[in-house]
Each structure stands twice: as C-alpha cells, then as structure tokens.
Design a protein around this ligand. Structure first.
Ligand SMILES: *Cc1c(COP(=O)(O)O)cnc(C)c1O
Length: 395
C-alpha cells in the first residue's frame, strides 16, 4: 500500500493559561521564521552578543558567564548542577515540590552527596531552617526553587542568599517560572548559578535555557579537579563559543535563538517594573474573581506566585472534566495538580503574554459555565464582577 503522507501541521489557536508553555507574541513567531544561517556567521555572532547583553538586563546582573543553553529549562538545571558539582561534593537541595525533587535527582546523578530539606507542597523555606541545615551539612552548593510551578509557592531568596554565603556555600536557583514575571535580582541578592526557561514568563517557545554564573561560581568551575560530567553542558567549552574565541562546540539552535532575541526585546520594551506590575495586577484580579466564586488558593496568603495560581478544585467537581471542557469549548488550557496535588488542584498560569485582563475575564466567565455544568451553584457573574472591581479600582 502506498504510504500516505500526514497532513501539514495545523496547530489550533489556544489560550495557554497552564504551567507553560505560555502564549507567544506574533513577533516572536515571526522571528523564528527568519532564514537559518551559519552558527559562525557574523550576523549570528552579533545576535548572540545582543542576546547575552539582554539576558544580563533581565537577570539584573553583570555576570560575564550569561548565555542561553541549548535545551529546555531542565537543561539549565542540569548545566548549573554538573558544572558546580564534582563527585562526592555535598549539596543541600530544598524540596517543596516537583522541581526541587528533580534537582535532587539531577544532583545525585552528577555524583553529589545530596542532603534534602523537605517541606510540604505549597510551603516555603525560612532562612533559619536553611542556616540550621548549613551548619549540619556544610554543603558546597545549596539548591532551591524560586517559583515552584508545581505548587504556586513563591520562595523569597534575599535572606537565604545571605546565610548561604555566610557559610561559604554557593546558591543555585531555579528561576524558570519567575524570570521576567517577578523580580530576579541576581547581583543584588547574590545568586551564584541561576537558570530559567524560555516558555514561561519569557513567552517564547520551549527550547532554550538562559543561565548565569557569578564570578564566584566561575572560579569554582575553573578550579575543578575532575572533568565536568556532561560534555554537552560543559560551560568551560560552551563559553568559548559564546566568548571571543568562538570555538565550535555544538551547533546553536539558530532560529530558537532568534525567537529568544525577539522575546527579550519585548520584555525590555515593556520594562521589567511594568512587566512585574502587570503580572501582579492580573493575578489580583483573577484571585478576586476565583475567591468570589468560592475557590481558594492552595498556598498561604503572601506566598502566592503572581504567574502561577494554584487553587483547590471545588468539592464535588470533576477536575479533568472541567479542564477538558475549557480546552474543547473555549480553547483555554489550564494545568492539573502534580504529585500529591494530582486531581486536587488546578494550576492557572498568567505568564508573560498570557497575563492580560482579557484572559482573566474570559477565563472566569468560561470557568463559571463549566462549574454550572458540573452542578455547582453559583451566583451568575460573580467572578467576572469581582475581577472587574479590581480592574476598575486600578489596584
Ligand atoms: C518548567 C519548569 C522546569 C523545567 O523546564 P522544562 O522546560 O520543562 O525542561 C524547571 N523548573 C521549574 C520551576 C519549572 O517551572
């Protein structure tokens, strides 16, 4: 029988209000479609230089070793861990969700002697408990997640960075979901190795992982006794390609880098402060709407992420039924719970381009319809009205 060639890609239009990827700006999609050129083409080298300088702005750092790793956010995690860890090194990993758990797995595979500090899903760590663990473990590196996308918890870092440095350890931070949606002040806070991803608040398709290493971290990499366990993610080689010598290491994903270039231009055109305020404002409106509908957050007040709203699925409501109705009837994607939260929470992302009043109001109206179909009793329009009250008061 003759082979029948599949139809061309015809992806549907969606509104991505899940844990990522988020909606992409048409300018980013247009940049991705520009001609592929050589990875040593002078034009591409200029793109790389501009990418690095824009990444430094967004990370709020002057770190020289700042670049986009070829791979998704997890490759950024792996790059930070394998470059700092040598077999047998002690690492303290803070786990309060799926991504802290993943970091511990990555560190173990890199040969670290891992000690975990654990908190329930949705909770955060205090500087005091980290200080206590530092005393006990004396680690070389402490790993922590700034924005736990699996739980919606927002981990403050500034005080923790102080206690980590007081004990001479390095602080490795997951900023995959926070970068470009909430402040990540690498230099002022004193973060040593930070990674992110393109498809959360940067609103670029998945495929690259921005990373930055402090001079202290670079020194640790340069003083290593053993080879970095990963050839692909070896920053001592990758940085020669991004630096002056332009030594071939691997072929940069050319068009992905174009997309990130445009996404960063959009971030900087808006301005970091405005962008953070927009995320916060839409979060407040969404939250007012959800609470008016009787839906509660699964994270304590004051620790809730603006770009990832984790809420309890109301009693008697079918988690996946609502999510599939939202997708089928309104083209809206939201996320379900992960790990112990599976079936119990919804994760509503308002990331980057998707953080708009239009999406908040549409989502609340669509959710009301789904909940009514589930037999929940709701006063008509309460969610939208409460969100509108926030918008009209300009809070
Ligand atoms: C999404 C995410 C990751 C993993 O990124 P991928 O792009 O899926 O590899 C890591 N950490 C956090 C906090 C995330 O939200």
């Amino acid at each position: 029988m003759a082979y029948s060639i599949p139809a061309p890609i015809n992806a549907p239009q969606r509104i991505l209000l899940g844990p990522g990827p988020s909606d992409t700006h048409p300018r980013v999609l247009a940049a991705l479609a520009k001609p592929t050129i050589g990875h040593l083409d002078p034009y591409f080298l200029q793109v790389m230089n501009e990418l690095q300088s824009m990444l430094r702005e967004v990370f709020q750092t002057t770190n020289e070793l700042t670049l986009a790793v070829s791979g998704t956010g997890s490759s950024g995690m792996e790059a930070c861990v394998v470059n700092l860890i040598e077999p047998g090194d002690r690492m303290l990993v803070c786990i309060n969700g799926v991504f802290g758990g993943r970091m511990s797995d990555v560190a173990t595979r890199a040969g670290a002697q891992v000690t975990t500090l654990e908190r329930g899903f949705g909770e955060i760590f205090s500087p005091e408990e980290i200080a206590e663990a530092l005393q006990r473990v004396q680690p070389k590196v402490v790993g922590i997640v700034h924005a736990e996308t699996s739980t919606g918890a927002w981990q403050p870092l500034e005080e923790i960075a102080k206690v980590v440095h007081a004990s001479d350890a390095l602080l490795l931070v997951d900023c995959v979901t926070s970068l470009a949606g909430a402040p990540v002040e690498v230099d002022r806070w004193g973060l040593d190795a930070v990674y992110s991803g393109t498809q959360k608040c940067l609103s670029c398709p998945p495929g690259l992982a921005p990373v930055t290493f402090s001079p202290r971290a670079v020194e640790v990499i340069e003083r290593r006794q053993s080879k970095i366990a990963s050839w692909y993610l070896d920053m001592s080689m990758v940085r020669s390609y991004w630096g002056d010598s332009r030594a071939y290491h691997h072929t940069a994903p050319i068009n992905e880098n174009y997309g990130l270039h445009e996404a960063l231009r959009l971030v900087l055109e808006e301005g970091l402060e405005h962008r953070f305020a927009r995320h916060m404002h839409n979060h407040r409106a969404l939250k007012a709407g959800l609470q008016a509908m009787g839906i509660e957050y699964s994270v304590a007040e004051g620790q809730q992420l603006p770009m990832l709203n984790s809420v309890w699925v109301p009693e008697g409501v079918d988690d996946s039924g609502v999510r599939s109705q939202l997708l089928r009837e309104y083209g809206i994607e939201i996320g379900g719970g992960l790990g112990p939260m599976k079936g119990r929470t919804w994760r509503i992302g308002l990331m980057g381009e998707a953080s708009t009043a239009r999406n908040v109001l549409l989502f609340l109206a669509a959710l009301e319809r789904c909940l009514l179909d589930q037999g929940m009793s709701l006063d008509s329009g309460v969610g939208v009205a409460a969100a509108n009250a926030v918008y009209r008061n300009g809070e």
